[in-house]
Ligand binder design. Structure first.
Ligand code: FAD
Length: 278
């Protein structure tokens, strides 16, 4: 187990902002993780921080992170068994190498497997949980397997029980062909080539039923609108970009303005996809 104190939050997230993390604890085995979970009333489990922003100031809630022993991939027939700390791009490289098809739609989504399962990451048409058979969860009662079908997942929520940590998952894929899988992944990456560049958390808001959050924000005339060091991307209005000096307060102010303006002009309530912690 490793413990770090006074870590800059901006070094832990893709939005690159926020205050100081008082305690960051990294567990490197199921036993260490179980001891930690059992001993803490409250904690936040962090993946790669691509969908997370920490508040400015001091964050006293302990942060847990999974160490390198949770970063592994194995093939069992057409199933991949992977640890929750495995980066998503590595899983896709493994699919290419093994000629396994079914996850190509995840190409270009940054993060780790645990974060992707919690967020039920994907595109507007497909999400990762549809390929999951079981997830392995650690909670204060121990370690157990949960059937994905029993989790009642929905768009951008894996519905992981609170105070639980995903430690691994069994992903059901299909036998394919290495070059076809590679080509599909390249196509998916090509579609993302024009995605906004810079520090961001990807899409800030979920797409409302039957609508597109980016188009609504654009319709509300907010592309390019700026607060402090944070700006609404003029490439994709559902992205807020930290131009380098943004505080979490700047980003929260922008989020508030977007929600108010979209409600007034389009009559739609936007809901955040990004998690703001603190
Ligand atoms: C440029 C860019 C593009 C993006 N494009 C997409 C996209 O197309 N589609 C999409 O869905 N998302 C997208 N995202 C968002 C992000 O990549 C995904 O949500 C990703 O799955 C988050 O993974 P993470 O490891 O970074 O999670 P984190 O941000 O670290 O955590 C996200 C949530 O998962 C929880 N969590 C993390 N690990 C675990 C665990 N082991 N057990 C239980 N809970 C856990 C955290 O507590 C938090 O609530 C994009 C982000 C960026 C920056």
């Amino acid at each position: 187990m490793k413990e770090f104190k006074g870590i800059d939050a901006k070094n832990l997230t893709s939005m690159h902002c926020g205050g100081k993390i008082e305690r960051l604890i990294e567990a490197d085995s199921n036993e260490e993780l179980f001891d930690l979970i059992s001993g803490l009333d409250k904690f936040f489990i962090l993946g790669a921080g691509c969908n997370t922003i920490f508040e400015d100031g001091s964050i006293s809630m302990p942060l847990l992170r999974l160490g390198s022993s949770f970063d592994f991939i194995e093939r069992q027939g057409n199933t991949i068994y992977a640890g929750a700390a495995t980066p998503l791009p590595r899983i896709l490289d493994f699919c290419i190498k093994e000629g396994l098809t079914g996850l190509e739609f995840m190409a270009g989504i940054p993060g780790k497997l645990g974060g992707a399962l919690c967020m039920n990451a994907g595109t507007k048409d497909e999400w990762i949980m549809s390929r999951v058979d079981f997830i392995e969860i650690a909670d204060s009662k121990g370690i157990h397997k949960v059937k994905a079908k029993d989790l009642n997942c929905r768009y951008r929520s894996g519905n992981i029980p609170s105070k639980s940590v995903v430690i691994g998952a069994f992903l059901l894929l299909d036998a394919g062909n290495t070059s076809v899988v590679k080509e599909r992944i390249e196509k998916a990456l090509e579609k993302r080539k024009n995605q906004p560049k810079g520090y961001s958390s990807g899409s800030i808001f979920k797409n409302p039923e039957g609508a597109n959050a980016g188009q609504l924000i654009d319709k509300a005339g907010l592309k390019g609108f700026k607060v402090g060091g944070a700006v609404i991307s003029d490439v994709h209005a559902n992205f807020i970009i930290n131009q380098g000096s943004a505080t979490t307060s700047d980003i929260k102010t922008l989020i508030k303005i977007i929600k108010e303006r979209v409600k007034t002009m389009c009559g739609v309530d936007l809901e955040e996809e990004v998690k703001i912690i603190g």
